[in-house]
Design a protein around this ligand. Structure first.
Ligand SMILES: *Cc1c(COP(=O)(O)O)cnc(C)c1O
Length: 357
């Protein structure tokens, strides 16, 4: 029996996608091999790679002047790849809105003059700081943001107003809602939250930003290496990319990002409305900054939090334990979490509240 898996990442994937991936698993399209075993130079894999890249372009409406690449190393490797590729004047401005943002800032600091222009650490990352154009250094190479903060459950309500290229870590919100890619310089996302199994990272970069990599930039981190080789410079994570392609096919069939955004907003609204309707559960994020993907909440005591997590698990509502920096619970309700999963969670929350208050 499948559970409702609220894990922050790796995360639930649509059951149909898992089942499709399992069909003909040992003999893909008469090749006599699994996608796990075949050469990344084979015609079968070439088709998978091309279809995956084309689906990203179509689903996100990525303009022609942007390159799309699939790389390894997770979003964490991008914390370094971004400065190594984009620092031309040696300066970048960061908005620090959570733990991953802090890590990105710290890694970039090895390669240049990196400034925190705004931070929400003063209030435990429960909001998104406001910035104006004047906050950014005119000669900085880019502004880095973490658009959705997975641990703290916040999200930028709008992009910062800036003349600089915006670099966004979209690991936990990629393809969860429609965005205008042309407003960004670069987007990166570890795929294991909304797109695929772990192992593949998506990078979308405006082509005119390429070609400024620092001389020390490793070949494997240089975006041009993968751009020039259709993401096949070395052995890619073929299986993860195959499952990502199946998942994106399904997203397209169900009406694309616009359709999933409607469902995502509905799920988040149901959950926040219920949390706000009772004093028993609390979510301490300012309403305008609430994430529609990660919803942290607490019960009145640590004992009740522990009890909640244990009893929920017994009902097939799993991985609800909050990150250790926040405590309590966190429901990650990514694209693949069905409405029924959120309904089941709310139903459990109601019963738990009744039994424990
Ligand atoms: C999960 C996550 C990361 C880390 O991703 P890895 O692929 O594990 O390196 C970075 N940023 C955000 C916003 C995340 O949610």
């Amino acid at each position: 029996m499948r559970v409702f898996n609220f894990s922050a990442g790796p995360s639930t994937l649509p059951t149909e996608v898992i089942e499709l991936a399992g069909q003909n698993i040992a003999d893909y399209k008469g090749s006599g091999m699994s996608v796990m075993e075949m050469s990344h130079r084979s015609k079968w894999y070439d088709e998978i790679n091309n279809e995956c890249l084309a689906l990203v372009r179509e689903l996100m409406n990525v303009p022609d002047d942007y390159a799309i690449i699939l790389v390894q190393g997770g979003a964490s490797t991008q914390f370094e790849a971004v400065p190594l590729n984009l620092l031309k004047n040696g300066k970048a401005d960061y908005i620090v809105t959570g733990n991953f943002a802090k890590k990105a800032f710290k890694e970039a600091g090895k390669y240049g003059d990196i400034k925190t222009v705004a931070s929400s650490e003063d209030k435990k990352f429960t909001y998104i700081p406001r910035t104006t154009r004047e906050d950014f250094r005119p000669d900085a190479d880019y502004v880095h943001i973490t658009e959705n903060n997975t641990i703290f459950g916040t999200k930028f309500p709008a992009l910062p107003d800036t003349h600089l290229p915006i670099v966004s870590d979209m690991s936990s919100c990629i393809m969860s809602e429609e965005i205008d890619v042309s407003k960004y310089g670069l987007i990166y996302a570890g795929a294991q939250k909304n797109l695929a199994p772990a192992g593949v990272t998506l990078v979308i970069v405006r082509k005119d930003l390429l070609g400024n990599e620092m001389p020390i930039c490793p070949t494997m981190l240089k975006y041009r290496t993968q751009v020039d080789n259709n993401s096949l410079y070395n052995t890619p994570p073929c299986w993860a990319i195959y499952v990502m392609m199946l998942n994106l096919r399904r997203l397209k069939d169900m009406g694309g990002v616009k359709a999933i955004e409607e469902i995502n907003r509905r799920k988040a609204k149901m959950l926040y409305d219920y949390i706000d309707s009772t004093p028993f559960y609390t979510n301490s994020v300012d309403k305008e900054y609430r994430s529609i993907m990660n919803v942290p909440f607490v019960a009145p005591t640590d004992e009740l939090n522990a009890k909640f997590i244990k009893e929920a698990e017994a009902e097939g509502l799993v991985s609800l334990k909050g990150h250790k920096l926040v405590g309590g619970m966190r429901a990650s309700i990514y694209n693949a979490m069905p409405v029924e999963g959120v309904e089941a969670l709310i139903d459990f929350m109601k019963r738990f509240e009744k039994a424990n208050s």
